[in-house]
Ligand binder design. Structure first.
Ligand SMILES: C[S@@+](CC[C@H](N)C(=O)[O-])C[C@H]1O[C@@H](n2cnc3c(N)ncnc32)[C@H](O)[C@@H]1O
Length: 181
């Protein structure tokens, strides 16, 4: 376990937390460009950045599931899951969007609690694993910054677990969340 994935010439050891090493593999110039691209480049940058993020998660999907996908991540179990539970309250019967659902960890937990969950993720490999594990769930491949195919005013709750650090354009993403809520 713990192979290496190159990204822009960098190298990521999967034995370390994926989300923190992922950000570190970009140079400070690249990070600045992602954060504030010049106006006319924004669309192209956006597509390039999304493509890179998707390719990255497609490459590491099965390693992610092996190492942290279910209950192997103590940080989630002991720290963030309780906060999420408090924040979400009783989700039973609610329509919940799991934005950037990955391999479906949180979607499954919410579904077990009685929520009607739709999971959306950019990486078809992550969604493929989620579908294998939970064929009963409504899982879709899309970017959370557009949420195409999801109707306005659909959901009671949007959750996004360990994902927004990957999304290059947060403003569009928040607009999309607002639209579907
Ligand atoms: C650290 S994983 C977390 C997965 C899941 N939320 C969990 O808790 O297991 C980050 C996920 O965000 C997804 N992601 C990144 N950018 C995205 C975007 N713009 N739209 C949808 N999903 C995105 C990646 O494909 C990856 O599955």
């Amino acid at each position: 376990m713990g192979g290496q994935c190159g990204r822009r010439g960098g190298s990521i050891r999967l034995s370390r937390p994926v989300e923190s090493t992922f950000a570190c593999s970009l140079s400070s110039r690249e990070l600045k460009e992602l954060a504030a691209p010049p106006g006319d480049m924004k669309g192209r940058m956006s597509l390039d950045a999304l493509g890179e993020v998707r390719d990255f998660w497609n490459r590491v999907a099965s390693d992610w599931q092996t190492q942290v996908g279910e209950d192997r991540d103590r940080n989630r179990r002991l720290n963030s899951d309780p906060v999420l539970r408090d924040f979400a309250g009783d989700a039973s019967g609610l329509d919940v969007l799991d934005a950037s659902c990955g391999t479906g960890y949180l979607s499954r937990k919410l579904s077990e609690l009685g929520a009607h969950v739709v999971g959306v993720d950019l990486s078809d490999n992550m969604v493929g694993i989620a579908e294998e594990l939970s064929p009963e769930l409504d899982l879709r491949v899309d970017s959370v910054s557009t949420l195409g195919g999801l109707e306005d005013d659909w959901f009671d709750l949007v959750v996004s677990n360990y994902a927004s650090m990957d999304v290059p354009f947060l403003e569009e993403t928040l607009d999309a969340f607002h639209r579907v809520l």
